[in-house]
Ligand binder design. Structure first.
Ligand code: ATP
Length: 269
């Protein structure tokens, strides 16, 4: 359904953030886009949802198509109308508006009041905690609740493809599990999902396919099951130990320094 082909992104006319990136999201599928800080994942999402311009970024090469239609020259609002909706990193909810007002703002691209009412009720069912806090200012919600509100707000546009940027960022493990099951539930109702994550274990546990980015390029393109089964991929690209836990890079670094010192001592340096 979504096809990104050989795209290139620059910021301020000079900073090349993404190059030669191609990926696909099939109808109803879940795809994970993984990689370390600054690898270019968010830039790929912004290119898809037409939000690069707001960041002084530009798509300078490649094409993006949705069901065969070129969307890379469309305005962000026209892309939302095609039901391709991004949940930005850092949530960006409207803190001074109530939960309900935030959700209604997410439905701005739709005119059918009856359909909107129905979606609103579905969002309330999907997120009971938001239903409870419906009249509360969104600024008073916890981090996890704000993430749920951001996803709920995107759901108000009735997306067929949801772009999620780091939904687990800064959340406690128990809340990450809740977000994970919400992603699964949204997908089971037919919405395709492209999820950007640093939490590879979470993302690969919901995705069928994964891409790993490094310094602006895709360095690995495999099924999620293959990625999780490959110890080398886990260690070198995803920073996970055999049990699926995160490697402690600071300790690894200490160990590397100790080894170097020992080698140097032996060599009499
Ligand atoms: P993160 O997890 O930190 O968001 P990321 O993989 O999503 O990382 P991007 O945010 O896409 O990576 O950043 C890719 C590169 O583009 C980085 O070198 C970053 O500094 C640069 N970049 C991102 N946004 C901008 C911007 N608005 N202006 C200038 N450079 C930017």
């Amino acid at each position: 359904m979504l096809s990104v082909d050989n795209i290139e992104v620059v910021y301020n006319g000079v900073i090349r953030a993404v190059q030669h990136v191609s990926l696909k999201v099939p109808d109803g599928g879940v795809v994970a886009l993984l990689g370390a800080n600054g690898a270019g994942k968010t830039s790929v999402l912004r290119a898809i949802s037409g939000l690069l311009g707001m960041q002084r970024g530009k798509l300078i090469g490649g094409t993006i198509t949705l069901d065969g239609e070129r969307i890379d020259k469309l305005e962000a609002s026209q892309i939302v109308k095609r039901r391709l909706v991004q949940v930005p990193e850092g949530r960006r909810i409207f803190g001074s508006l109530t939960v309900e007002e935030n959700l209604r703002a997410g439905g701005y691209s739709r005119n059918d009041r009856v359909a909107l009412r129905k979606t609103f009720d579905q969002v309330m069912t999907l997120f009971p905690v938001l239903a409870e806090r419906r009249k509360m200012s969104a600024g008073y919600l916890s981090g996890g609740e704000q993430q749920m509100l951001a996803i709920g707000r995107a759901m108000m546009a009735a997306p067929r493809l949801l772009l999620l940027d780091e939904p687990s960022l800064g959340l406690a493990p128990v809340i990450v599990q809740q977000i994970r099951s919400i992603i699964t539930q949204i997908n089971s109702e037919g919405t395709a999902i492209l999820v950007v994550e640093q939490n590879a274990t979470m993302a690969l546990s919901v995705a069928q396919h994964g891409y790993i980015m490094k310094t602006g390029e895709i360095v690995l393109d495999r099924s999620a099951a293959e990625m999780m089964a490959d110890d080398q991929v886990k260690r070198f690209y995803l920073g996970l130990n055999e049990a699926g836990g995160r490697l402690d890079f600071s300790r690894l670094k200490d160990k590397a320094v100790r080894l170097t010192e020992r080698t140097e001592r032996k060599a009499g340096v």
